[in-house]
Each structure stands twice: as C-alpha cells, then as structure tokens.
Design a protein around this ligand. Structure first.
Ligand code: FES
Length: 339
C-alpha cells in the first residue's frame, strides 16, 4: 500500500555546514537538488554509483532497487546511494558537493526532442529529454553545445539543474545559426535526435555573496537568467533580487512575462522591470542604441551595490558594460554571458 503520510526530516551536511528538508517519500538526492545543492549524480536510478554519501547519524529507508553494488567496506562505513534512499529520521551526512564549474566533467549525451513551442516566427522554446540512465549534470546559468545532423550551436540552459533529464532552451531564428534554421524550417521535430555536449561556461551564481542581485536579460538571455534566479530561490538566498528584461518594443510584453511576474509570489524582495527596446531579435541591431536604452532604465543606486548578472548579445554586453563601469559599477561584480 502506498505511504500516505509525509513526514519531513532535516538533512544535515556535516562537511559543508548546510542543511535542507526532505520528505520521507523523496530520495535524499531529489530533496537536495530541489534545494539547489550541487550534488554529484548521473543516473538517478541506482546504476552509476555517482551519488554515494556517508550516513553519520540517523536512519534511512531504501525506496528504490539499485543495480549498483556497494562494496562490503563501503557498507561498513555507512555509505549508501542518495538516489535510492529516503530519510526515516533527521539525518547527518558526509558528502562532496560540486565546488565549482571545473569539477563537472564534460558530458556527451544523445537526447531526443520532447516538445517544440514556437512563441512566434523568430523565437522557439525547445525541451530535450535525456535517457533515464544519463541525466545532464550542470550548474544553473551554464551552456551546452547542441548538434542536429551536423549543425552545432551553443545555447544556455533555461531549466533547473534539479531536472537533469528535461532540458529547456530558448532559441532565436538567426539566419547564420544552422541549428536554429533546422528548427524553424521544421526539419527538427518531436523525437528528433539532438546530440549534446557540455556543460560549458562560468556564468554561475555567487552563492556566498550577501549583496543584492541584479539580473539583466536581453530577450532570450532570459533563459540562463531564469535558471540563476530560480536556483537562488531554491537555495533560499535572502538577497534582494532586481530583474530587468529588455524586449522588442513591437511586442506587448516579454515572451514569458507571466513567469517573471510569478516570482513576486515566491519572494518579497523582488522587483521586475520590463524594458521596451528598439531591436529585432533575428537581425543585426544598433547595439549602441539598445545598450543606452537599457542603461537609461536602470537604477544605478541599486546596481552599484549589487552583483550584476548580464546576458545579452556580445555587442550589447560590451557597450552596456562600458556604461556601467563608467558610472560606478565595480568590475569584479559584473558577471556577463553573451548569447
Ligand atoms: S545517481 Fe546513479 S546511482 Fe545514484
């Protein structure tokens, strides 16, 4: 009979001085990932052994069968697989968290297209699914390379690292991008095979910073910004969040305006400011003018005391970065990623 109760236990990570809550019905891996912890894992189903941790105190309950065999020594040491065990009391664990982007290996995964949603003629949201046995390990804000029939491009992930099996990308219809062309000419369809290589890039959250956080996205630069903001929420970071989103002035609102607004319900200290700008997402723009339009909408008093995360086309990044640095932003607090 299914377990109808849902007791919540505290999981203490001894080495890292972190803790999180986990239901008795969830694996400790799921609980940790949901709270934004960068845990080592690959398969989530007990075959790879990557999610091993050591139980220091408390009781656990095996909720899934696993094919991976722990040695007798490992068992005697209290080691177990986090993807197959749930807490049965408050527990204390020892495990290695992923410290930085360098400690994540580049992975090659054959994914399949799960869903393609065209926002309009020049923007699409694509969801890829990995095999059950090979989920993608990455940090919020990172990129991957996607290849379809020899056409390769690099895109930031819009999804949360806690869902390594379902990966979302926001793709513009750029004539010089052959991968995007295959998508918009409908050569790529549901169930098409897309090869993935990654993760790459260092556009990640400064988790230990206590400064306010400002995020600026130019159109589909929303993808990695969303991943970062939601990661900050799952870590329950108390830092105030300000989000500026530049969108084409001939559209009424940014393409996921309601999603950006919905963060207000999660966080008291959150401000969202859409910025209507004169640009066309599919062609060359006057990036100087766009950068100035974005700059004029910013509150410099907030910006200059914050960590600033900026995702935009390279030229916009350069011009906007120059304006910000000339007007008092500390260079060390600017974290930028081109799209
Ligand atoms: S993630 Fe592979 S065994 Fe747990």
């Amino acid at each position: 009979m299914a377990n109808m109760s849902n007791q919540i236990f505290n999981i203490q990570l001894n080495k890292n001085k972190r803790n999180f809550e986990c239901s008795e019905n969830d694996s400790i891996l799921e609980g940790g990932l949901r709270h934004g912890l960068a845990m080592h894992y690959e398969c989530s189903n007990g075959t790879c052994g990557a999610c091993v941790a050591k139980l220091v105190n408390g009781d656990i309950n095996q909720i899934k069968h696993h094919d991976f065999s722990l040695t007798k020594d490992q068992k005697n040491q209290g080691e177990f697989l986090m993807c197959c065990n749930a807490p049965a009391s408050d527990v204390a664990l020892e495990l290695e968290l992923i410290g930085d982007v360098k400690s994540i290996a580049i992975q090659n995964i054959e994914t399949k297209v799960k869903k393609i949603s065209f926002v309009n003629d020049n923007l699409a949201i694509i969801a890829l699914r990995t095999p059950r046995s090979k989920t993608l390990q990455f940090m919020a804000g990172q990129d991957v390379e996607l290849s379809f029939k020899g056409n390769t491009s690099r895109y930031p992930l819009a999804s949360c690292p806690c869902h390594g099996m379902e990966l979302e990308f926001h793709i513009r219809n750029m004539p010089e991008d052959a991968f995007a062309t295959a998508l918009f000419t409908k050569k790529m369809k549901s169930k098409s095979v897309v090869d993935l290589e990654g993760p790459k890039g260092i556009f990640v959250l400064k988790e230990s910073s206590t400064r306010p956080m400002v995020f600026i996205a130019w159109d589909s630069g929303f993808a990695p910004i969303r991943s970062l903001v939601e990661h900050a929420f799952s870590l329950e970071m108390p830092n105030p969040v300000n989000f500026y989103w530049a969108y084409p002035a001939d559209e009424q609102v940014p393409y996921l305006d309601n999603h950006a607004k919905s963060w207000q319900a999660i966080m008291d200290n959150y401000t969202y400011i859409p910025i209507a700008c004169e640009f066309d997402r599919s062609s060359k723009n006057d990036c100087h003018k766009v950068a100035k339009q974005i700059f004029d909408a910013l509150d410099l008093n907030i910006i200059n005391q914050s960590d600033l995360y900026l995702c935009a086309p390279a030229e916009v990044l350069i011009y906007l970065g120059e304006l910000l640095l000339e007007n008092g932003l500390n260079e060390a607090r600017l974290i930028a990623s081109p799209i």
